[in-house]
Ligand binder design. Structure first.
Ligand code: B12
Ligand code: SF4
Length: 582
């Protein structure tokens, strides 16, 4: 066994491929801590991943294997396509090839970490940023500790005890603290729900990003086949939008990275020829002063050095409608931002006030902020993608129509409408629906395409532990996939649809397609089901996206949405697209 070798595996098979940024972050920390690291990236070998694993493990016997799980599923309520089954297959193969303990992590993983440690049958798991925890785990194992002893020595680690029991080692600073979910209930401490995970993140270092280096993430290869690079300026989110997994999975406080380290990393990527960078913060404009500092630093370096590769930077950012002021818009443009994707979600104050909320439950924007953002971006030459999410509690045909009308009146480059929500265990909506069911009844709006029985959720406090609680959002009692989703029961569906656990909210979807004027469809993204359209907004194996990257387009895919007909025709001409998709 190599007593200082940690292997990090990327099992993501989704195309177009997105670089596993997490593995660059973790590799940087492990190397700082004196470990040798190999990245085994299966994305580019997705059709022969088993051979890739055999080749690798034939020559190496590592101390520890880490597996990153970025996405549990597509999180599209109409699709409900899981990925964790593919990941399990890969993990099972790894177990056949090495004795080394396996630790799981990743943002998707962190949405249901106890259930996934159990489902994958792995030794350990980490919820949230893994930098420090992974180094401490590797250090404990290198010192010769057993898995049991290592788990006890590593704050925050999840340890598989077998027989469906997964326990977390309570971080020292939480032993006496109340830094958990409201009420600080025992089950919240056990599951680690809604904690600050800022202490878990590495904020001082520039993460090392490589291209064409063996056993490392090949960022340039990803850029060539996915069209986007990535950059993180801070971890976590302080807000509590009721549909969103991120405050829980990433942490409820910001871990702001050192500004110079962030811009060093961006420059290293642009030096490598990766010119389109997408922010990977939950929202770039929260902690806005820090974000302004990052933008000022980029602009300053561009001014100082006319030869800097940062002049070729095209930045794409995720934002909320507020805060977003004129200075921020100007700084964005000066730094090289070309596109702003805003999660405005809705226009109706009556819906937003109980949905898009701060940690104290207050609203933080109105539709006027979305209008302001679109105007400021336009004035500064930046494209905009404005996204709405339909189907949250209280949604009716009237509220949808109102939102479509007012979103279409915005002069946004593209407007995206989604319908229905994939529900996760620790979102406010997931928690409140479990309360409403209380383990004895179903709640209106709960749906899963595979459900054969009414969906009855049990609150965490009444479950045997977090494994059982989390599992019910992904699996039924027989262990079959049942990805739980939610659609407003106030939408005009037949009573049979609403009454059936597997009813499909097709009428509401058809309404969307009918209501958006045909003349506007060129700049609108709508959810699809088989038969409605080939033009959907799903990133997973989407023919439009694969055409884009095949033809050499780069940047956020929505920025090319208006030209999709001609792009797909061109892709067909050069043989990139099968007839069925043209
Ligand atoms: C930016 C982004 C995108 C961009 C990516 C652009 C780019 N160039 O990277 C685009 C728009 C392309 C995109 C697409 C998709 N995305 Co996206 N995306 C994000 C976002 C905002 C950032 C992801 C990221 O890179 N984070 C930065 C890295 C450094 O953080 P990290 O991955 O969490 O890693 C840390 C920890 O998780 C942990 N960790 C990670 N791995 C491991 C492994 C071990 C062993 C350990 C110990 C720890 C550990 O340590 C890491 C370092 O701190 C996240 C939400 C978020 N705030 O993270 C959603 C998110 C990951 N996306 C999501 C989804 C579903 C998708 C799509 C599947 C959507 C779709 N159907 O089309 C696709 C998948 C694309 C693909 N090929 O995989 C979901 C996943 C939810 C879930 N339950 O699985 C998220 C969480 C959004 C959400 N709120 O629902 N995405
Ligand atoms: S949707 Fe809300 S809770 Fe989620 S990351 Fe954005 S601001 Fe934070």
């Amino acid at each position: 066994m190599s007593d200082d070798l940690v292997v990090l595996v990327n099992p993501n098979k989704v195309y177009p491929p997105i670089a596993p940024y997490a593995l660059d972050v973790l590799t940087t920390s492990l190397e700082h801590a004196g470990f040798a690291v190999d990245v085994v990236d299966l994305t580019f070998r997705r059709d022969e991943w088993d051979i890739a694993l055999k080749e690798y493990f034939a020559e190496r016997e590592p101390l520890l294997v880490g597996v990153t799980v970025r996405n549990t599923d597509t999180v599209y309520a109409y699709e409900q396509r899981p990925f964790v089954n593919e990941h399990k297959e890969i993990i099972d193969a790894i177990k056949q090839l090495t004795e080394a303990p396996i630790v799981g992590g990743g943002i998707g993983f962190s949405t249901m970490p106890f259930a996934l440690v159990d489902y994958f049958g792995i030794d350990f798991g980490v919820k949230g940023p893994g930098e420090h925890t992974l180094c401490e785990l590797a250090t404990a194992l290198r010192a010769g500790r057993s898995n049991e002893a290592a788990a006890g020595a590593v704050p925050g680690i999840l340890h598989n005890k077998g027989g469906g029991r997964v326990v977390r080692t309570l971080p020292d600073h939480l032993v006496l603290s109340t830094d958990t979910a409201p009420g600080n209930a025992a089950e919240d401490r056990e599951s680690g729900r809604y904690e600050s995970r800022a202490w878990q993140a590495e904020t001082a270092a520039a993460y090392r990003r490589h291209s064409e280096v063996p056993d490392r993430v090949d960022n340039l290869a990803y850029y060539r086949s996915g069209g986007l690079g990535s950059i993180l300026t801070k971890n976590g989110c302080v807000y509590r939008c009721t549909h969103c997994v991120e405050p829980d999975a990433k942490g409820t406080r910001f871990a702001r990275r050192d500004v110079s380290a962030v811009v060093d990393e961006m420059e290293s990527l642009t030096d490598q020829g990766i010119h389109d960078l997408h922010t990977t913060d939950s929202e770039f404009n929260l902690a806005i002063n820090n974000s302004k500092q990052v933008l000022r630093e980029i602009a300053a370096r561009k001014h100082r050095d006319p030869g800097s590769s940062l002049h070729r930077l095209r930045l794409w950012v995720y934002c909320q409608p507020a805060p977003f002021d004129a200075e921020f818009a100007e700084l964005l443009a000066e730094a090289g931002c070309v596109g702003v994707n805003v999660g405005a979600d809705h226009v109706r104050a009556d819906l937003l006030h109980r949905w898009k909320v701060t940690d104290r439950g207050g609203t933080y924007y109105t539709f006027a902020d979305t209008e302001n953002l679109v105007e400021l971006c336009k004035a500064n030459g930046m494209a905009t993608m404005v996204e709405a999410l339909f189907g949250m509690p209280g949604e009716t045909l009237g509220t949808m129509a109102d939102c479509i009308d007012r979103f279409m009146a915005l002069d946004a480059t593209v407007t995206g409408f989604s319908l229905g929500l994939r529900l996760f265990p620790y979102t406010e909506l997931g928690i409140s629906l479990a309360e409403e069911c209380d383990g004895v009844r179903s709640a209106p709006g709960l749906q899963s395409n595979n459900a054969t029985e009414p969906i009855v959720l049990t609150p965490l406090r009444n479950c045997s532990g977090p494994v059982e609680y989390e599992r019910q959002f992904m699996f039924d009692e027989n262990g079959d996939f049942r990805l739980v989703s939610y659609f407003s029961p106030d939408l005009p569906e037949d009573p049979e649809t609403i009454g059936s656990p597997s009813g499909r909210w097709y009428r509401s979807l058809q309404f969307l397609w009918d209501y958006v004027p045909e003349s506007e469809l060129y700049r609108v993204m709508l959810p699809t089901v088989a038969g409605i359209s080939n033009h959907d907004n799903n990133y997973a194996d989407n023919p439009f996206l694969t055409s884009l990257v095949g033809l050499g387009y780069t940047g956020a895919f929505w920025a090319h949405w208006r030209e999709r007909e001609s792009i797909m025709a061109a892709a067909k001409d050069v043989g990139l697209l099968a007839e069925a998709h043209a």
